[in-house]
Design a protein around this ligand. Structure first.
Ligand code: TPP
Ligand code: MG
Length: 291
């Protein structure tokens, strides 16, 4: 048991608020992603509120843990959690995806302090994380680097080049978290563009990471206790100095009956009615949501 009841309730409250703010932000901007951010809500909240050594007031603190949203299209989820954590005002979410905003549709580290990498072109984040982790070893710094990957994203070959090098250099200060929600942007040709698991069904990511020399922990990616336990083990360093892969089993669009498991909600703009439905499904009153 890592969490007292009150602490778990607080995290669950934050998760509901985050889910609503993701929908509201994409509704206001008229563009953005929904399904991928929703599947990563518990992971992002656990990292930013409990796991990472960070200080929102000092986003360039040298000894901070590094976080890389390799699945950069989930930016609205990251921004929401950063806002709730105090990096910038929640009201700034209303600027999401506007030309002059710090909150671009995909993370832009040249605009928003607190972002450790720009992302959006899938496949690159683990290499960047590898660089941070290797740099930490060379500089004898003890910060940890966390990289959040999508299950579709790991079909990019560059991910496995980074995975190989990370185990070659025994980077126990690097953790990859796989948001394994089983869906990408569409279903698959020949199988119909439906809501089903993709061809990597037959190639379980856990076995692949293991084959590359990583320690693997499989969890329910919506269960705060399991996320926190896995991250605690990961930070302590794997046996034989291996990097750690946390395979988080998740549901794309998690938390709202009309988005769960629906590939159409990968990127779709919620209507005003959808926002109302979301409040009802989450059991939230608009007045409870920070502005
Ligand atoms: C290199 C690259 N190819 C294609 C895309 C377009 N794209 C954006 S999201 C996405 C699907 C990603 O699926 P997954 O990694 O499973 O993310 P999630 O299910 O968490 O949204 C694709 C193909 C991209 N951003 N980058
Ligand atoms: Mg996916």
């Amino acid at each position: 048991m890592i969490l007292e009841t009150d602490a778990r309730k607080e995290l669950e409250r934050l998760a509901k608020i985050t889910r609503y703010l993701i929908l509201k932000t994409v509704h206001q901007s008229g563009a953005g992603h929904v399904g991928g951010p929703l599947s990563a809500v518990e992971i992002l909240i656990a990292l930013f509120f409990k796991v990472m050594r960070i200080d929102p007031k000092r986003p360039d603190w040298d000894d901070r843990d590094r976080f890389i949203l390799s699945k950069g299209h989930a930016a609205v989820g990251l921004y929401t959690v950063m806002a709730l954590r105090g990096y910038f005002p929640v009201s700034e979410l209303a600027t999401f995806d506007k030309g002059n905003s710090r909150l671009q549709g995909h993370p832009d580290m040249t605009r928003l302090p607190g972002l450790d990498i720009s992302s959006g072109s899938l496949g690159q984040g683990l290499s960047a994380g590898l660089g941070y982790a290797l740099g930490a070893k060379l500089a004898k710094k003890d910060f940890h680097t966390w990289v959040l990957l999508g299950d579709g994203e790991i079909q990019e070959g560059m991910v496995w080049e980074a995975a190989h090098v990370a185990s070659r250099y025994r980077l126990d200060n690097l953790t990859a978290i796989l948001d394994d929600n089983g869906l990408q942007q569409y279903g698959w040709r020949g199988k119909g563009r439906g809501d089903r698991r993709d061809p990597w069904d037959a190639l379980p990511p856990a076995r692949i990471f293991e084959a590359f020399g990583w320690r693997v922990i499989e969890i329910d990616g919506h269960d705060f206790e399991q996320i926190l336990s896995a991250c605690e083990i990961a930070r302590k360093g794997a046996p034989a100095e291996r990097p750690t892969a946390i395979i988080a089993h998740t549901v794309k669009g998690k938390g709202l009956p009309f988005t769960e498991g629906k590939h159409a909600w990968h990127s779709k703009v919620p209507s005003s009615e959808d926002l109302q439905r979301a409040l009802e499904a989450l059991g939230l009153d608009e007045s409870e949501v920070p502005r």
